[in-house]
Design a protein around this ligand. Structure first.
Ligand code: NAP
Length: 209
């Protein structure tokens, strides 16, 4: 498969590329600065795309068989709070244009609309409420797109090797405060795309308790 990754220069993007190559895929890596995709491999096609520039995302997806998105705010001075919905509008339009059916969008457990315990947790969620609202809106946008879409909610991300053991939680009932490695997040995403699992579902993963 040719798997397009939006957010390819990020930390989870790097893990996704590594694992996709090991599995024998080719990768179309989309990033604002494609030179930051640090893979010197002919199976990695690098293209410039900005989630706020719909045309660049649409063009960037040409030739892909599936898309994984892993975009997240990295510049705290950028006050825009609609990165997720803006980027996925381009992704959905590009997938329709290029007849690509399979999409896995990485979201956050922060987007889930459930009651949380803990004052610190609730203060954090309140401060980031606009971003999580945007992520939630993106989830609705993706699941309503008519594509074979999966929303994968990530908890707090850590570095370290993949364990390939996940606590997989559907709907809105995941445990608070859990974490997972970016390597496991990437492996889970890749497996779901390869195997066609969790279509039109929201899933959250975390390390086994
Ligand atoms: N970190 C956490 O604890 C956590 C928790 C829950 C969910 N998540 C989600 O999990 C995913 C992976 O997180 P991570 O920490 O591994 O990611 P990360 O390293 O922060 O990478 C995010 C990527 O998004 C890209 N990006 C930002 N704005 C963009 C734009 N306008 N157009 C295109 N690309 C853009 C960044 O590109 P540049 O390199 O150009 O800045 C960066 O490569 C993200 O979707 C994040 O929201 C993270």
């Amino acid at each position: 498969m040719n798997i397009a990754i939006l957010g390819a220069a990020g930390q989870t993007g790097k893990q996704l590329i590594e694992k996709a190559l090991v599995a024998g895929h080719t990768v179309t890596g989309l990033a604002r600065s494609p030179e930051k995709i640090l893979f010197d491999d002919p199976r990695v096609i690098k293209r410039a795309a900005d989630g706020f520039d719909e045309a660049s995302v649409i063009a960037g997806l040409e030739g892909a068989d599936a898309v994984i998105t892993t975009v997240g705010k990295t510049n705290l001075r950028d006050k825009r709070v609609n990165l997720s919905t803006a980027a996925h509008a381009g992704v959905i339009a590009g997938m329709r244009k290029h007849n690509i059916k399979r999409l896995l969008a990485i979201s956050s457990t922060g987007a889930a609309r459930i009651k949380r315990d803990g004052i610190r947790r609730n203060i954090y969620l309140f401060l980031r409420r606009k971003y999580y609202r945007d992520m939630y809106d993106m989830e609705v946008q993706v699941l309503g797109s008519g594509l074979d879409a999966t929303v994968l909610r990530a908890p707090f991300l850590i570095n370290g090797p993949a364990q390939r053991q996940y606590n997989v939680i559907k709907d809105e009932t995941y445990p608070n405060g859990s974490r997972v490695s970016r390597a496991d997040l990437a492996q889970f995403a890749l497996d779901a795309v390869e195997q066609g699992t969790y279509i039109n579902e929201v899933v959250a993963i975390a390390d086994p308790l």
